[in-house]
Design a protein around this ligand. Sequence first.
Ligand code: NAD
Length: 446
Amino acid sequence: MATITVAGTGYVGLVSGACLADFGNTVICVDNNAAKIETLKKGGIPIYEPGLDEVVSRNVQAGRLTFCTDMASSVKKSDVVFIAVGTPPADDGSADLKYVEAVAREVARAMNGYKVIVDKSTVPVGTGRRVMNWIAEELAKRGAEAKGFVFDVVSNPEFLREGSAVQDFMHPDRVVIGAESDRAKNLMKEVYRSLYLNETPYIETNIETAEMIKYASNSFLAVKITFINEVANLCEKVGANVQDVAKAMGRDGRIGGKFLHPGPGYGGSCFPKDTQAMARIGRDAGEPLSIIETTIEANEQQKRRMVEKIEAGLGGRAAIAGKTIAMLGLAFKPNTDDMREAPSLTIIEGLCADGAKIRACDPAAIKEATWRLESCKDSVSYTNDEYDAMRDADAVVLMTEWNQYRNLDLDRVKKLVKSPLFFDLRNVYKREDVEAKGFRYFAVGK
Ligand code: NAD
């Protein structure tokens, strides 16, 4: 079993670190956010991720998982260093690699022998080579003391989904390893030994291919969501029901039923930035990816379309000033507190700009939403209780399909609201059920 440093203890780093420890490795999770490390040392979990606390505490107790801010000492003790820092979009849409570069250089400054540096962050094709160069540059600066130090860079993209991250990491559809030396490949097999022995598909490629697999996968999923969103919009015009269309399409084994759920547009920390970065890679390489470029634009339109849908239901844009809208759910999907690029942000901002008041609830994301919606703070209030949010509301919008919003007591809701307008942006409810309770029901594509 290997000794591993995981640099960056966010959604991916913390889950990876805890699960790699569960596989039997010794793992040190490092972050330069001292408050985060302090929370973890005290037994807290800085993010909302079901099941993560159990894996963390089990491995802390077993002595396989520790947390610190000291990268140098951690790297010195490790055979393998995972880079799991953020790669947010830069102004031109490309992935900003400044955090990856900072870690690569820090690792090189602390290197005391052979290391495998593993890129787990989602990074553009070519980043593995750049990481090699950054490390080589820092080693050269160290002169004689670092002469002869050998290292390998590996690309090991991560496919976990927030909300089911632990399960995804423990039972992945595939493990992708982009590596070039047998030494690095063997060490990675050691790291993932429990999956490797379990016959999890283990795909070895060169570094560039591994980097491309991640962007191609996420871009494809974003295209699939956007495709069904456009079909949904068309269904509304022609009197078809997109849910039945998607169900029947999904039965075709060549298509598959996943990611065929229409809604307010994709969001989250990955699809928006990864499609942008992929489009940028295509443009830079002189091979523009027109499907992805169109997907990005169509997704933006889908969010704006939701604002128009709600406003139209309320009597038009001019009629919305002063209306109170109950927003059920804020996070970009259930079971996470992640608000990065959540469609709710664009939709709330759009409604507030036209004079609406929002009463929002979410089981986990209120704290994150509050600072992200600072620009409309005078128009948005928050509550943990969905029924509280709906009291005297002029409309109810189901934004994120958390379990508690899937089975509302509609009789109670009907008594609470001022006007019975129900916008189901996730197509959770059946039209006839909601209308039978006296609501006007608006969905996406049906
Ligand atoms: P995150 O923002 O939650 O976490 C990044 C962490 O890195 C933060 O805690 C930050 O403090 C830390 N950090 C930054 N610079 C550092 C440094 N120099 N030293 C130590 N720590 C440092 O990000 P995330 O959502 O975990 O994403 C990380 C990467 O994984 C991104 O490239 C992302 O695209 C990719 N990814 C994310 C998901 C997901 O669902 N979130 C899934 C697959 C892949």
